[in-house]
Design a binder for this molecule. Structure first.
Ligand code: ADP
Ligand code: MG
Length: 729
């Protein structure tokens, strides 16, 4: 009897929902573990408070003396809540968050004068001695001089008994070693570029903020069951397992009633989120069994990214209390839906206008169209860069797998807006006559809000869809740090807005055009130039692949292919021109991502080799021995007639041997392929070798194992089965 699996099943099926203290009104606890405005007003002097506000709103520097005052207030606030330690909380390129806790507690060397201390120096800058974070060769590991620096735009928070201070992580020479630094730079550039363009329409706009609302998909699996699967623990996904007889075909899980244990978990999780100021709003079942989604109210992008990183951490910690494990992987199970993280993105002015939301007056709708069309043009011109920003070994399972967007980037805008663009495209070149302008404003631009009202267009197959008042970038993976996608998206749109401003100003100055004439003229050209990116049809279809190829759109199905765009001349120029990343920083990221890809496939290969040889084959042999004993017994009883009587058993014995042979030879070949790949020195070539020469063995080996799962006695099978992982509630 397979002990681990059955023990896990016994444990899992005897669980009860966990009790927890739920506060009745979320609004009263929201943000109570955050050093937010309310806490700052209480604990900071008015100068210190103003200093933080200035840094948040205008990026003004905080001097050391002020930092001391802020640190003092922050410490008092934290101590009042039972906090003992503080940490600089940052997002290295490993894709998770990092922290190194230090106690507030200090004493003299002889143990006298014990005291809680925390000054400006500790708040502002730390050297985390983080020599083993990936840095793509920027930071000499012998020197190990990366340091973290306070990001005042994201408020400090308390998690457990630790004060967490969001920070950037940079090398001694100032290069970004994390996800946050380039994002902050991109958001600044976006603010400048968008504010300048807004001034065509409203001189009062002083600041534009990029907003992000992510939707996190995930699976919940009982902890004991997850722990019984070495592949889930080591790689985050199942490398083998025959599909369960029932999967998602009945569509009975999607938006269905949430299972009690999962719901209790969610309530507990949401309570934690409230304390941390993460404004979670929506929870529901997703398409696959045991798959769920959580979404917050959208926020300023940097804060939203921090909140998503924090959330993923909190989700796993709360899950422990409920004896659950959260699977964030994009494709934990073959044959059922994978998980993504839609990134809803828009731009908001400090005057309270959503720039991607059409409104009442023709002029503000011209503003809407300006941002709408510039975004489309930016995606059109940089589609492969956007694809590179979401590339990862795990997201490769999703993109193009006919459940998530294809690997081809395109933009969906809906039938109504397609018509509006077609009409705008017909605008006369040069100056417009007053009649033309009136007609355009009243009958095209002016009608947008009405046409959008009854615009129920939804296209779930599009990777980048306009959804009424925002764009939804749907191709982002569920494990991803949103920064990667958001840095790129904001960078390309910011660059586009800058170019737009230059072109419009040139028409105004040189052609003596009116402002709105000039805007119409430039937008018209953009519509013409961006045709290839607009696609309203079925993104999963084969016709689209063929059509997209004709249009010259990229279709990179694997990460090594997709990542090349990161270091194209266009990409290097873009990021350096905008001062978001210099060449070294971009190249370092490219290398780190290639390496990460290689390592992930390498680990999967090793784990698959191990499970198939050390779990599957021994189990198969055990069962085969039972069959052999059975055949021998039949021979004893029936003599020469045994061959007819034991016919099926003999077929089974042979089948099992065939699959054992398959596993053994293929694992050997895969190991050899890994060795050849490891001998390569170029990171791109190595990643490609892992992708093209190693990874193809996974399916073949898995196939043999999954066939054996069907042949072997259920009682003997050691690996928890799909039906048990997916349907235990
Ligand atoms: P759905 O897309 O399912 O119809 P909603 O329109 O309510 O649902 O929003 C989905 C997600 O989009 C939510 O996470 C929400 O926070 C986010 N969102 C809504 N408006 C904006 C915006 N202006 N900027 C960024 N994200 C937004
Ligand atoms: Mg959505």
């Amino acid at each position: 009897m397979s002990t681990i699996r059955f023990q896990a099943l016994r444990e899992a099926s005897s669980r009860k929902p966990v009790d927890f203290q739920e506060s009745d009104r979320k609004s009263t606890i929201f943000g109570s573990n955050v050093f937010n405005d309310k806490a700052m007003r209480q604990y900071l002097t008015s100068d210190a408070f103003k200093g933080v506000q200035g840094a948040v709103q205008h990026g003004t520097k905080i001097d050391r003396k002020l930092a001391d005052y802020i640190a003092m207030g922050m410490k008092e606030w934290a101590l009042s809540k039972g906090v003992t330690h503080y940490t600089h909380w940052f997002q290295p390129l490993t894709g998770t968050t990092a922290e190194k806790h230090d106690a507030f507690f200090e004493t003299s060397y002889d143990g006298s004068d014990p005291v809680e201390k925390f000054g400006g120096a500790q708040l502002v800058q730390q050297e985390p001695d983080a020599s083993s974070f990936p840095n793509g060769g920027i930071r000499n590991t012998f020197e190990a001089r990366g340091y973290t620096a306070w990001d005042p735009t994201s408020p400090a928070f308390i998690f457990g008994t630790t004060l967490c201070i969001p920070t950037v992580f940079i090398s001694y020479t100032g290069e970004a070693l994390d996800y946050k630094t380039p994002l902050l730079r991109a958001l600044m550039v976006m603010d400048d570029a968008a504010t300048e363009v807004c001034k065509y329409f409203d001189k009062n706009v002083k600041k534009v903020t990029a907003t992000l609302g992510w939707e996190q998909e995930y699976f919940l699996v009982d902890r004991a069951l997850a722990n019984s699967r070495p592949d889930l623990i080591m790689t985050g996904r199942t490398l083998l397992g025959h599909t369960s007889a029932k999967g998602q075909q009945l569509d009975d899980h999607y938006f269905g009633s949430i299972p009690t244990r999962a719901l209790t978990y969610m309530r507990d999780l949401e309570q934690e989120c409230m304390l941390l100021g993460i404004p979670v709003k929506t929870r529901h079942n997703e398409v696959a069994p045991n798959q769920f989604e959580l979404a917050p109210i959208f926020e300023e992008t940097n804060l939203a990214v921090d909140h998503n990183c924090l959330l993923m951490d909190v989700m796993q910690k709360v899950a422990e209390r409920h004896e659950l494990k959260v699977l964030f992987h994009e494709k934990p199970f073959k044959g059922v839906n994978g998980s993504g993280k839609h990134n809803n993105w828009s731009l908001a002015t400090d005057t309270g206008v959503n720039l991607l939301s059409p409104s009442k007056t023709p002029m503000s709708n011209l503003q809407f169209l300006t941002f709408f069309i510039n975004t489309i043009k930016a995606v059109n011109d940089n589609e492969s860069l956007l694809r590179a920003a979401i590339a990862s070994a795990s997201n490769d399972h999703r993109l193009g797998a006919n459940e998530a967007p294809p690997a081809i980037i395109s933009v969906f805008i809906g039938g109504q807006l397609t018509k509006v663009l077609a009409e705008l495209e017909g605008v006369t070149t040069g100056k417009l006559s007053p009649e033309e302008k009136t007609d355009l404003k009243l009958n095209v631009v002016g009608k947008i809000p009405d046409v959008l009202l009854d615009n129920t267009d939804r296209n779930r197959t599009s990777p980048f869809a306009f959804t009424g008042n925002k764009f939804e970038f749907r191709a982002v993976g569920s494990t991803a740090n949103c920064s990667n996608a958001m840095t790129t998206l904001n960078a390309i749109v910011a660059k586009q807005l800058r170019d737009f401003k230059v072109e419009v100003d040139a028409l105004i100055d040189s052609k003596d055009m009116k402002k709105d004439d000039a805007i119409f003229n430039v937008l018209r050209e953009y519509i013409k130039q961006s045709k290839k990116i607009l696609f309203e049809g079925d993104g999963y279809s084969e016709e689209w692949e063929i059509e997209a190829k004709k249009r010259g759109l990229s279709n990179f199905k694997t990460t090594p292919e997709a990542l090349k765009a990161r270091v194209s001349k266009q990409s290097l120029d873009l990021f350096s021109e905008l001062n978001i990343m210099n060449h070294v920083e971009v190249e370092a990221r490219y290398e780190i991502e290639l390496e990460e890809y290689t390592k992930k496939i390498q680990i999967e290969g090793r784990v698959l080799g191990d499970i198939s040889k050390n779990h599957v084959i021994p189990t198969a042999i055990r069962y085969q021995n039972t069959l052999i004993a059975n055949v021998k017994g039949l021979k004893d009883i029936f003599g020469n007639d045994f061959e007819t009587i034991a016919k099926e058993q003999i077929i089974l014995i042979k089948d099992i041997s065939k699959h054992i042979e398959g596993i053994n030879t293929k694992v050997k070949e895969m190991t050899d392929a890994r060795k050849s790949a490891n001998a390569l020195t170029d990171a791109q070539e190595m990643a490609e070798a892992y992708c093209d020469k190693v990874k193809p063995y996974f399916e073949i080996i898995r196939n043999h194992c999954d066939k054996l799962e069907l042949l072997v006695d259920n009682e003997l099978w050691t690996l928890t089965k799909y039906r048990e992982l997916l349907f235990t509630k």
